[in-house]
Design a protein. Structure first.
Lengths: 486, 206
């Protein structure tokens, strides 16, 4: 086999990140506990450079590398850039939170970077084996990060649940993949697509495998009825880790679903099958997410159920099976990540040494304590509820348009109705912040970087809502460049 | 019955007996040693299938490393044998049923038209100079190098996570920091307190 170093160029971002992780892991040994800011700075620099390398390739035609195991396309590079930037912002928010809890350690940053690497592997996988390895790399890093608060029984329990259910999901996924391998005789995504297209695969086995693959995807998204882990893990994990679990991995999960469902199993006869399954997942997520969130008194649990309902919306875009629908779903996942960063970031900013601001009551009277953060939180809550002119409104609108375009009007009506129910608990947060008396009165004084980032995050929700066409155009063109409909 | 088949039955019989003894031996050390025997005969069966690399790896990794570790653990731990054997007869019937179902399932699959002897003919024997170690290595380091490297990274995650989760900080360790001892000053150790002098009560003095 001929080999030249240029074959590796499509994977330059991943390779750089892996080298950086290895170097930082060793440098960290020589950094004393008081100077962990060195490790933190190096981590941020490594992620920034990775993001830049990935961003430089957006807009290229799809290329494959590593004998067809890796694909570099616009969709992948865009999502990789997004993952790196998301984790950078997330780490910046969590710096002040980690130190008093004994988690401001080199391992935290190394594991976070390895999780990013896992997401990047998932995003650019062109082979079932690599997809699975990416899922495991991401999963194992996250399980151990949840358990990193070793003395907290709640975190350990959350990590255990996450680990067991994650293993169950991996099992389902592998079982489905093995069925598909049995039916098509291949693990490479393009080869599977060809075999399905030519109709020389046993369709019963194929559909059987598809059911398990969809269940695995449901687990990774946290869509109902595979959502059991989400509230417990979000609640149990240290908030900084919740932020990481709740944001960037959704980008990777979207790419994961695209690679599996659209690129490998996107043939006409299978789209009909998985569309029905996704309709079920989506409606169940919308119902459970929005209704159960009303009953929560804990902000992290409420956001967990809100995540479930958002994943229901995201699946609406995927199940449409059109390029516009995929574009809308990608737009939705980007918007969701932006909002999730803001919401979890706000919990981190309000937390103090020995105090977690994670109950809804802790938000009471935020307007009197700090009007600007109350306003930022208001923007984020409005956006999550889908109130115009924030960006959340457009995200929901585009997804619903995609569903209507394939004739599922009833589904759009159900989704709109449940997002209306969901608006209740988002607006309750706003009511608590503006119309209730504060229960605590110490000042909220985050560092300079957090202040700037949080303000930018809140304003981005508003500004992108004023001109949603820009981000949507990027998403749609990335999908057009990357996905070939059969 | 030709030579190959008789060798197969010979090793299979040892394998089955050893596997049975693993669960019936009263002494856990004997169980572990029978497991070693089972692995060893399984390796011999793989050799019969011309999978010499897998056979050698099985011996090196499982017998050489995993089982030795296992034996160490068994010998180090103070096992309560009576407690371990509790409920043996209660579990026997359900486990026999499960085993019976598995045997039937295997018979159905292997006897069926997809995996029967007719559907799976004996592959042609490889030449004398064929090395499947080389073939495996060539595949792993060319076509599957990406997956191979990611698997290595997953092991790295395992190492980092295991250390991060179990290594307690050195606060409990008692060690002398010589530089701190040298740098110590009088004011760090001795505190001079001025107190008012006390009058001695002369009346009680002897």
């Amino acid at each position: 086999m001929e080999f030249s170093i240029t074959d590796l160029m499509p994977a330059a971002a991943d390779i750089f990140l892996l080298c950086a992780v290895s170097v930082i892991l060793i440098i960290d040994l020589f950094v004393s506990d008081q100077r962990k800011i060195v490790t933190y700075g190096l981590t941020q620099a490594a992620l920034l450079i990775t993001a830049i390398i990935a961003a430089r390739s957006i807009g290229t035609e799809p290329v494959s590398a590593f004998s067809g195991m890796f694909v570099g396309d616009a969709l992948g590079y865009f999502l990789k850039t997004g993952v790196c930037l998301t984790v950078m912002v997330g780490l910046a928010y969590s710096r002040a939170y980690l130190a008093p809890r004994g988690m401001y350690r080199g391992e935290y940053f190394v594991l976070a970077m390895l999780a990013v690497l896992g997401m990047m592997v998932m995003i650019s996988a062109n082979h079932f084996l690599v997809l699975y390895l990416g899922v495991e790399l991401l999963g194992l890093s996250l399980y151990s990060m949840v358990a990193l608060a070793r003395d907290s029984a709640r975190s350990t329990e959350g990590a255990m649940k996450y680990f067991v259910l994650g293993a169950l999901a991996s099992g389902m996924l592998l079982y489905g993949m093995s069925m598909i391998y049995g039916a098509t005789g291949s693990l490479g995504i393009p080869e599977i697509a060809d075999a399905v297209q030519q109709g020389n695969a046993n369709s019963t086995i194929l559909k059987f495998g598809l059911v398990f693959v969809v269940a695995g995807i449901g687990f990774k998204f946290g869509a109902a009825p595979f959502h059991m882990w989400v509230p417990d893990v979000y609640h149990g994990a240290p908030t900084a880790v919740t932020l990481l679990i709740g944001t960037a991995p959704k980008l990777a999960a979207f790419a994961f679903a695209m690679r599996l469902l659209v690129e490998a199993l996107g043939a006409e006869q299978l789209v009909v099958e998985w569309r029905q399954m996704l309709v079920l997942l989506s409606v169940a997520s919308l119902v459970i997410g929005n209704v159960a969130a009303i009953a929560q008194t804990n902000l992290k649990r409420m956001l967990a159920y809100s995540t479930i309902s958002h994943m229901g919306f995201l699946l609406l875009g995927v199940l449409s099976g059109t390029l516009e629908g995929y574009g809308a779903a990608m737009f939705y996942v980007c918007v969701y990540v932006l909002m999730g960063l803001g919401a979890f970031g706000m919990i981190l900013l309000m937390s103090r040494d020995g105090f977690e601001a994670e109950e809804l009551d802790d938000l009471k009277g935020l307007n009197q304590r700090n009007p600007w953060y109350a306003f930022v939180m208001l923007l984020i809550m409005f956006s999550m509820a889908g109130v115009p002119p924030t960006i959340g409104f457009w995200a929901k609108l585009y997804v619903l348009q995609a569903v209507v375009s394939i004739g599922y009007v009833w589904l759009a009506v159900v989704a709109a109705a449940f997002s209306l129910i969901g608006a209740f608990y988002y607006l309750r947060v706003v009511k608590l912040m503006y119309f209730d008396e504060p229960q605590r009165d110490e000042r909220i004084e985050p560092g300079f970087d957090c202040r700037v980032l949080m303000s930018a995050n809140g304003l981005a929700v508003l500004a992108l809502g004023m001109m949603p066409g820009l981000l949507l155009a990027v998403c749609v063109s990335a999908i057009h460049l990357s996905v070939r409909l059969p | 019955m030709n030579f190959e088949a008789s060798v197969f039955y010979f090793f299979s019989a040892i394998l089955v007996i050893a596997a049975l003894r693993v669960i019936t031996a009263r002494n856990p050390v004997h169980s572990a040693l029978f497991l070693v025997l089972a692995f060893f005969t399984a390796a011999a069966l793989w050799l019969l299938l011309e999978a010499e690399f897998l056979a050698i790896v099985l011996v090196l990794v499982y017998v050489g490393a995993v089982m030795v570790l296992f034996l160490f653990v068994i010998m180090m731990l103070d096992l309560n044998l009576e407690k371990l054997r509790e409920g043996y007869w209660d579990y026997l019937l359900p486990s026999l049923i499960v085993a019976g179902v598995m045997v039937v399932e295997m018979a159905v699959i292997l006897g069926g038209r997809y995996f029967g002897l007719a559907a799976m003919p004996h592959p042609p024997a490889a030449g004398a100079d064929y090395s499947n170690t080389k073939a495996l290595g060539r595949l792993l380091y060319t076509e599957y190098v990406y997956a191979f490297e990611i698997a290595a990274v997953i092991l790295l995650v395992a190492i980092v996570a295991a250390i991060a989760l179990t290594l307690r900080s050195q606060k409990k360790n008692k060690y002398q920091a010589a530089y701190k001892q040298i740098a110590v000053r009088r004011s760090d150790r001795v505190r001079l307190v001025s107190m008012p002098g006390e009058e001695r009560d002369r009346g009680d003095a002897p």
